[in-house]
Design a protein around this ligand. Structure first.
Ligand code: AMP
Ligand code: ZN
Length: 113
């Protein structure tokens, strides 16, 4: 996808700190971390947001969730972590390429769900 920040990161055209990669998934450290561990887990397939998820791309989404426990283990998050997706402007989504925030490494007390 032209002009998509995360597609450029996946392609290596913009630098990132990669923590995990497989055939369908790329994960890298958030540039503005909200916790000691803050990783963005991104499908290599460009999907604008969670609103674009359907039966045709479930493999990409499932691959992200299959990667998350592996990344969490690699980051030492055996005591737990949080996975967040912001979908759309009202939720504060700023990059229109589906991504899951994997956050941990400190006590996560502020719960909204
Ligand atoms: P969201 O607000 O849910 O769309 O999340 C976008 C996230 O991307 C934010 O947490 C940003 O800090 C992060 N971000 C933006 N640009 C970069 C970048 N070049 N490398 C790593 N993370 C980034
Ligand atoms: Zn993209």
């Amino acid at each position: 996808m032209d002009n998509c920040l995360f597609c450029k990161i996946i392609a290596g055209d913009i630098p990132s700190t990669k923590v995990y990669e497989d055939e369908k998934v790329f994960a890298f450290r958030d540039i503005n971390p909200q916790a000691p561990v803050h990783v963005l887990v991104v499908p290599k397939e460009h999907l604008d947001s969670a609103n674009a998820i359907d039966e045709s791309n479930l493999d990409s989404v499932a691959a992200c969730f299959a990667a998350i426990p592996k990344i969490a283990a690699g980051e030492g998050l055996e005591n737990g972590y949080r996975v967040i997706n912001n979908c759309g402007a009202a939720a504060g989504q700023t990059v229109m390429h589906l991504h899951f925030h994997l956050i941990g490494g400190r006590e996560l007390s502020e719960k909204i769900v």
